[in-house]
Design a protein around this ligand. Structure first.
Ligand code: ZN
Length: 283
């Protein structure tokens, strides 16, 4: 599944390839791809045809492209890809939405094998589309304010990992990045948020930003100049993980075997030495 760093790579690719280009035709090839656009596929096509793509922004795993005052909002879901390429290449069966441009240059195809991804057209959404206004900024966004997050974390009274995964507090931090950031910050996932002091919160936020930035750099290397592509895999996953998915293997810092705990139907990985379990745990 594409995580924030992969989505940011796609955002940069789109900015490079489609910003400033006038849309010629829009074809919805599978209605499920525009299921959140309640007025339906033909309305979606008509709203976008003739418009010009402006800025490309991202919040968490959502992307939006401004079209005048409005926006094209997209989520890649589990397997979505946005591909830019020669318009004459064959149309494969997983293409869900197809955009061509008036300059007859490279086209844009939303391809999605599992169809969990979606697109919709949001009137007046250029600044911030209403359907995602409830999602908190992510740490790589200019709108992110560490002071606001620190205050809200302390008020939350929950476990720190649960808080990191809560999109209304901070977006874009998936299970993997949460575990890696907590390990770097030396914090156990079940630490009650109200017991974190200012230094610990700053250390954690620095670790989250660092992990996301490193993953972005790694993910960015697979980016080709012609294709805007995301497969949900990035080189980061193989190379740099300290604890995630490494049960029983030595902690890179102290050599203690990594521990796995069940957490929200998934797992939480920690080093029992670097991330001592709190006396009062919350999850
Ligand atoms: Zn350790």
């Amino acid at each position: 599944m594409p995580e924030l760093p992969e989505v940011e790579t796609v955002r940069r690719g789109l900015e490079h390839h489609v910003t400033g280009r006038a849309i010629d035709t829009v074809r919805v090839l599978h209605p499920r791809a525009v299921r959140r656009h309640l007025a339906g596929g033909p309305d979606f096509e008509a709203a976008l045809a003739g418009g010009t793509f402006g800025t490309v922004r991202r919040r968490g795993k959502y992307l939006w492209l401004s079209v005048g005052e409005d926006a094209l909002l997209a989520h890649l879901g589990m397997s979505g890809q946005l591909l830019v390429g020669a318009p004459e290449r064959p149309l494969d069966s997983h293409v869900r939405v197809w955009f061509t441009f008036k300059d007859a240059g490279p086209d844009l195809r939303f391809t999605d094998q599992r169809t969990f991804g979606h697109m919709c057209y949001v009137p007046d959404g250029a600044e911030l589309p209403a359907p995602i206004a409830h999602i908190a900024p992510d740490p790589l966004e200019p709108a992110f304010d560490p002071a606001v997050l620190t205050r809200r974390l302390r008020q939350r009274r929950t476990g720190i990992k649960r808080a990191l995964l809560d999109q209304s507090l901070i977006s874009g931090v998936g299970n993997i990045y949460a575990d890696e950031a907590l390990w770097r910050a030396g914090l156990h996932w079940a630490r009650p948020t109200e017991t974190l002091n200012g230094t610990e919160v700053s250390r954690l936020l620095a670790a989250v930003t660092e992990v996301l930035t490193e993953a972005l750099t790694a993910g960015g290397t697979s980016f080709d100049s012609l294709y805007v592509n995301v497969n949900g895999e990035s080189g980061y996953f193989d190379r740099s993980l300290a604890v995630y998915g490494r049960e029983g293997l030595p902690c890179p810092r102290c050599g203690t075997p990594v521990r796995r705990d069940p957490f929200m139907n998934r797992s939480a990985y920690t080093c029992p030495h670097c991330q001592p379990r709190p006396r009062r745990a919350r999850w």
